[in-house]
Write a protein that binds this ligand. Sequence first.
Ligand code: PAF
Length: 277
Amino acid sequence: MQILHTIDALRAALPGPGACAFVPTMGNLHEGHLALVRQARTHGLPVVVSIFVNRLQFAPHEDFDTYPRTLERDADLLRGAGASFVFAPQESELYPQPQTFKVHPDPAIADILEGHFRPGFFTGVCTVVMKLFQCVQPRVAVFGKKDYQQLAVIRQMARQFALPITVEGIDTSRADDGLALSSRNGYLSPEQRQQAVALSQALRQIANRVRLDPSSLHVAEAEGAATLMAQGWAPDYLTVRRRDDLLPPDAGDLAGPLVVLGAARLGTTRLIDNLEF
Ligand code: PAF
């Protein structure tokens, strides 16, 4: 496995356009990232993993400065998972001058849910992913469904810009108790870690209720949020959406396929999760 820090070195090492599979990450890897690498390997192409904490997708009050940078450990994990190349540029390499040209995704999908609570987030994500796509020129890029809206936004970006890249989404990896794996779980105290499963449980309850009785949708969403609040959470949203455009379902959509998405803060840690049903 080669670790490359510059775009020139990456391009020189790669077999050429459309000849690799790609997993973009911000590092601090866990089993969920390694599952993405395993999926990428199924294409029989060399797998490139990028590790880059992208300032553009963090608001000033968010955790850009404290986001864990663990390159050595990440590289060991990626070697074990069978990645061929790690692309780990410095900020000065990827953004040698202020990145004033940006990719602004359609507000219809990017300014709702996460984009509503984190304005500009998806512009930051799309800009860096587009740039990484230019550097790596993969045939396939693999993303986790844990960041469900991110996957939907990137799929639309790839489609609308006719990128020659298949965007694949894979199921969320979970701890034994059901908590979705996330780098930010590391911010939780042991007590909060025990409570954290309540988010996935609330999503499961909403999905079960809506499956049984679609007319209970809004009550189920409100009661899910109330249950979390009673346990000390501060929910941003718990909401059932159509899977493709993430808009609220019409009466005719309620037979599915749907997804319930949630974001909530436990102490100072903001967790997101979702469940297709
Ligand atoms: O999902 C992430 O880790 C990031 O949003 C991504 C796709 C690597 C872009 O910085």
